[in-house]
Design a protein. Structure first.
Length: 178
């Protein structure tokens, strides 16, 4: 049975192993990758410990999701990602549980929106493409077409627009989105 719980500092190596198993390829950068990002973001002021969730099966961490602070214009919200599930356990609904629980907790903590860069998989959770709201990463950014948002507070749909900014961990030393 899958149990969801918040991460604690002692979990970091197990989290990194899960994320690496889900994202590793020989082409990945040794320093800037999803599994090293996991630890980096825990040192960021945008880290929200209550929104770093784990899926645990038989005392083993098998899934992970992170929501961290973000901004669109002057409006504060959250960014979802990375999310990872052990490859041999994917398609069993673990990722769905992690996303659903993280969105519910974000709403309970008073956040109004969650954004991410990702595919159509996230539409089933209420995410919609941001282009219709005038929300972008930056002018002509190649990931703009993948930027999606889930409004936890519906009234923001008519007022939220501008450039999305993730917490500092999402950027390299030049200020480029990783």
């Amino acid at each position: 049975m899958i149990i969801l719980r918040p991460a604690v500092p002692n979990d970091i190596q197990a989290i990194k192993a899960v994320v690496k198993s889900a994202f590793y390829s020989e082409a990945k950068n040794e320093v800037f990758n999803e599994w090293e990002f996991v630890e980096k973001v825990t040192q960021d002021s945008g880290y929200v410990p209550e929104l770093c969730l784990l899926a645990v099966l038989e005392d083993k961490i098998v899934g992970y999701v992170l929501l961290s602070k973000a901004k669109i214009g002057i409006h504060h919200g959250l960014a979802l990602g990375p999310i990872a599930v052990e490859p041999n356990l994917q398609s069993l609904g673990i990722g769905k549980k992690l996303v659903t629980q993280s969105l519910e907790q974000a709403k309970n903590l008073g956040y109004d929106w969650v954004a991410l860069t990702g595919g159509d998989y996230y539409l089933k959770f209420g995410f919609v493409p941001t282009a219709q709201f005038g929300i972008i990463l930056s002018e002509n950014h190649p990931e703009n077409t993948y930027l999606k948002i889930c409004f936890l507070e519906e009234t923001l749909k008519n007022t939220l627009s501008g450039s999305m900014q993730f917490c500092d961990s999402f950027y390299n030393e030049k200020g480029d989105l990783l």
